[in-house]
Design a binder for this molecule. Structure first.
Ligand SMILES: [Fe+2]
Ligand SMILES: [Fe+2]
Length: 247
């Protein structure tokens, strides 16, 4: 059994508020120690994509368990690579595969530089296919990226969702080993399906989306930051628990 924590949308911007909320969640998760097998961070780690924001992210995300991350629409690939991954700056998509216990987690880059909607581009699809071929199809695979490929019934995230969802659905048809999709971006803990798989959306650390029937103001900045536990059991079933962390 694997216990995977997920945080999303930290939007670190150098302000005390942003740092405090991210530190609050990370302090809670660090306290769980290695009972957490890995932490997934599904994008919008920085708010403006500056190197200073990623230097702060590297400090905030330090943990006793592996921390796996991918960019969102607020991230910037060059500074992300340099300050968070310690690699030479480059504008290529940031795609990484991680083996955690008996599973593989693909952290994929759905950002389009300079735009808010998402896309898994040709380079990323080629990387996903090659990585899945190499893994061989007999271990469970989680696919994580920033932009949900479906509407979540709020005009803001729905305007900027993942483009070309049919291409992703076709990939899922060819690869039954993909157990679930994990995304962020919508700043609301949500659960739905896509291509016959669970699609789990992580809550936002920075603020929580108010749904249209919950009020006029889009961002609930008073809501406590949240995270998810995704539990992958030995039968290959993924169960998700959502949490908030009060001050
Ligand atoms: Fe965000
Ligand atoms: Fe986003």
């Amino acid at each position: 059994m694997l216990v995977l924590a997920q945080i999303s949308d930290l939007h670190l911007d150098g302000t005390a508020r942003g740092t405090e909320r991210a530190e609050r969640v990370m302090g809670h998760l660090r306290g769980l120690g290695t009972r957490v097998d890995a932490l997934l961070v599904t994008g919008d780690i920085a708010d403006h994509g500056t190197e200073a924001e990623y230097e702060e992210a590297a400090r905030v995300l330090d943990a006793p368990f592996p921390v796996l991350h991918c960019p969102g629409n607020h991230d910037s690939r060059g500074p992300y690579r340099k300050a968070l991954l310690g690699e030479p700056a480059s504008d290529d998509p940031v795609n990484r595969v991680h083996r955690v216990g008996g599973a593989a987690i693909l952290m994929c880059d759905s950002s389009i530089p300079g735009q808010d909607e998402g896309l898994l581009d040709d380079t990323t699809y080629a990387w996903i296919e090659a990585t899945l071929d190499e893994l061989g199809g007999d271990i469970p695979v989680l696919l994580a990226f920033h932009h949900p490929p479906v509407a979540l019934h709020h005009p803001l995230p729905d305007r900027y969702q993942l483009q070309e969802p049919d291409r992703l659905a076709a990939l899922l048809d060819r690869h039954p080993e993909i157990t679930a999709l994990i995304t962020g971006h919508a700043h609301t803990p949500a659960a739905t399906t896509f291509g016959g798989r669970p699609l789990l959306v992580g809550p936002g650390v920075t603020w929580t989306l108010r749904l249209p029937w919950e009020g006029e103001q889009i961002a609930d900045r008073a809501a406590d930051p949240g995270f998810a536990f995704h539990v992958l059991d030995d039968a290959g079933r993924l169960t998700t628990h959502y949490r908030t962390v009060p001050a």
